[in-house]
Design a protein around this ligand. Structure first.
Ligand code: HEM
Length: 108
């Protein structure tokens, strides 16, 4: 999966109503996404996740690039019961690009 982080920054506009990344990022409607690639599912401490994501986290799942791509294609199919109200990124390229962008935001 070879995404283009620069293009992914533009794709991330679709996420920004609900998610932030970067130094002063705070939880919005959705959790902060700094370091999300490789991060345990549902692990932002002060964010109120759905039971669905909490269960995935409790099972020890982490957000690999592959899992993220599957989630972002159709969030509500991949994680039934998720409260992420987003239809998904239909194009494989957009998914790869936004994941490459997220990988550039390791920490705060
Ligand atoms: C959860 C990514 C768009 C609201 C998540 C998670 C990821 C993610 C990776 C899981 C985080 C974790 O486990 O800590 C993205 C990306 C988006 C996007 C890359 C754009 C392509 C949106 C939009 C909204 C939203 C537009 C609001 C309408 C949420 C919420 C959760 C969440 C509420 C928590 C879900 C739950 O607890 O079931 N998102 N998201 N996201 N996102 Fe998004």
């Amino acid at each position: 999966m070879d995404g283009d982080a620069k293009k992914g920054e533009r794709v991330f506009r679709k996420c920004q109503a609900c998610h932030a990344v970067g130094e002063d990022a705070k939880n919005k409607v959705g959790p902060v996404l700094n370091g999300v690639v490789g991060r345990p599912v549902a692990s932002v401490e002060d964010f109120a996740y759905s039971d669905t994501l909490k269960e995935m986290g409790a099972e020890g799942k982490t957000w690999t690039p592959e899992d993220l791509a599957a989630f972002l294609e159709k969030p509500r199919d991949y994680a039934k019961g998720t409260k992420m109200a987003f239809a998904g990124l239909r194009k494989e390229e957009e998914r790869a690009d936004v994941i490459a962008f997220l990988m550039t935001h390791k920490m705060g």
